[in-house]
Design a protein around this ligand. Structure first.
Ligand SMILES: C[N+](C)(C)CCCC[C@H](N)C(=O)O
Ligand SMILES: O=C(O)CCC(=O)C(=O)O
Ligand SMILES: [Fe+2]
Length: 421
């Protein structure tokens, strides 16, 4: 009867008939614990969480807290948190996984209200907290976002009225840093105000978050239209929306911009939420979204300048999603730096261009553009894995300084402040 009411238990019943693993354990689980559990689940105390489970030939099925989870036996042995298998001080595995029999099955399984107990054929005992299992199971992960975000267009961002954090709050208080990072994680952009307009103070602001990522542009960089480097960024020309360092195997995660001086016209900064645009494509043209997330491409930076000789190549798709929940985690979009397409068979190329055009159309929608004029004192931080930047052409002397940070380091600081990242 309960098979019909709980869809996920249906295959359990079928499998029970077919592959009985260890009759005794199995029988006790179904005739006593499972039935009681399912009964209690539906009747008296819905807030009391109970666990029911069934042994299959090659996995253990556990129903707890509304989640139906399936665990491979090698996995269950491999993740054992006993003192001999896991070092709780360093949070590292001590067990040599290569010593686990790939056909291992538990000899005995038992559960109470909080814990699942497994005894292995050699007598070793493993315990798992049921909440821990929900958190760490594939089924549990699938229901979660790795990083919650608020996707935006111009209106959404403006209506959110995201406050800037001041230089002193940001430097002196962990609340200031935390509020800043929370904005950065949610929106992919954030601002710090009242920063003294110097190179050194900009560096200090960056290092408040984490290490600066030194690249071919140095640690801190200085951008003027002096054509000192072989890249259009070092001119007065307009730059269409793009992400930077697409030609690195790991593009930089965060970029800082601080305009120290501008005597002239134009030069506004353009910001576009790449994930908002990509999600429109996902919704309207799912196959094109797939293509953009599966087809690997090269981006390239070739520079032959006195004092600066570089040849960088980065390979990866335009859209990067986690395979288990399809969550976007990186967009690599730079039409200037995209290299010759040689990694795509001819019969896919046309559809790839169509998909790329659809994404470009979304990225170029007027309502998705946020324009800001950077002023001395206002430091802009951009999530370079998500938000595209560009600039309007300009006249006069304009000096921007900034740097890159590695995404891992930004997320590390965020997690230490209790943020989900
Ligand atoms: C930011 N900074 C001025 C140092 C470098 C600019 C790099 C520009 C390059 N086309 C890219 O998009 O990666
Ligand atoms: O000049 C600007 O505002 C930005 C140029 C640019 O795209 C960059 O430096 O990455
Ligand atoms: Fe750029």
């Amino acid at each position: 009867m309960w098979c019909r009411r709980l869809a996920c238990l249906y295959p359990v019943a079928r499998a029970l008939q077919r592959h009985v693993v260890r009759k005794q354990v199995l029988r006790s689980s179904i005739s006593h614990k499972n039935v009681t559990a399912v009964h209690r689940w539906f009747s008296t105390a819905p807030d009391v969480k109970v666990c029911s489970w069934v042994l299959h030939k090659d996995h253990l099925e556990v129903l707890y807290s509304g989640t139906c989870m399936r665990f491979n036996y090698v996995w269950l042995r491999d993740h054992c948190r006993s003192a001999s298998c896991y070092n709780a001080k360093t949070n590292q595995r001590s067990l040599d996984t290569a010593t686990v029999d790939l056909d291992i099955q538990p000899a005995l399984v038992r559960a109470d209200e909080t814990t699942l107990y497994l005894t292995w054929p050699d007598g070793h005992m493993t315990r798992y907290g049921l909440e821990w299992l929900v958190q760490n199971s594939y089924e549990g992960q699938k229901q979660q976002l790795v990083q919650p975000r608020i996707l935006w267009n111009e209106r959404i961002y403006k209506e959110a009225n995201v406050p800037s954090v001041s230089y002193s709050e940001f430097l002196k208080t962990s609340e200031g840093l935390r509020a800043f990072l929370q904005n950065f994680l949610l929106y992919g952009i954030a601002f710090v105000d009242d920063v003294p307009a110097t190179y050194e103070d900009t560096e200090r602001v960056a290092e408040r978050i984490s290490h600066i990522r030194e690249t071919i542009y140095g640690k801190m960089w200085n951008l003027t239209s002096d054509f000192s480097r072989g890249d259009t960024a070092y001119t007065k020309l307009a730059l269409d929306r793009h992400t930077d360092t697409t030609y690195f195997q790991e593009p930089c995660g965060m970029q800082l911009f601080h305009c120290l001086r501008h005597e002239g016209t134009g030069g506004r900064t353009l910001l576009v939420d790449g994930f908002y645009a990509a999600d429109q494509v996902r919704h309207d043209y799912p196959n094109d979204f797939e293509l953009l997330s599966n087809v690997p491409l090269k981006h390239e930076y070739i520079e032959n300048m006195a004092g600066s000789n570089n040849h960088m190549v980065g390979i990866g798709p335009v859209l990067n999603v986690y395979p288990w929940n399809k969550e976007l985690y990186m967009i690599r979009y730079n039409n200037y730096d995209r290299a010759v397409i040689s990694t795509v068979p001819y019969d896919i190329v046309q559809q790839w261009y169509i998909a790329h055009r659809r994404l470009t159309n979304e990225l170029r929608r007027h309502e998705n553009e946020l324009w800001v004029k950077l002023k001395p004192g206002k430091v802009l931080f951009v999530d370079n894995w998500r938000v595209l930047h560009g600039r309007e052409s300009f006249t006069g002397y304009r000096q921007i300084c900034g740097c890159y940070l590695t995404r891992d380091d930004v997320l590390n600081t965020s997690r230490l402040l209790g943020l989900k990242a």
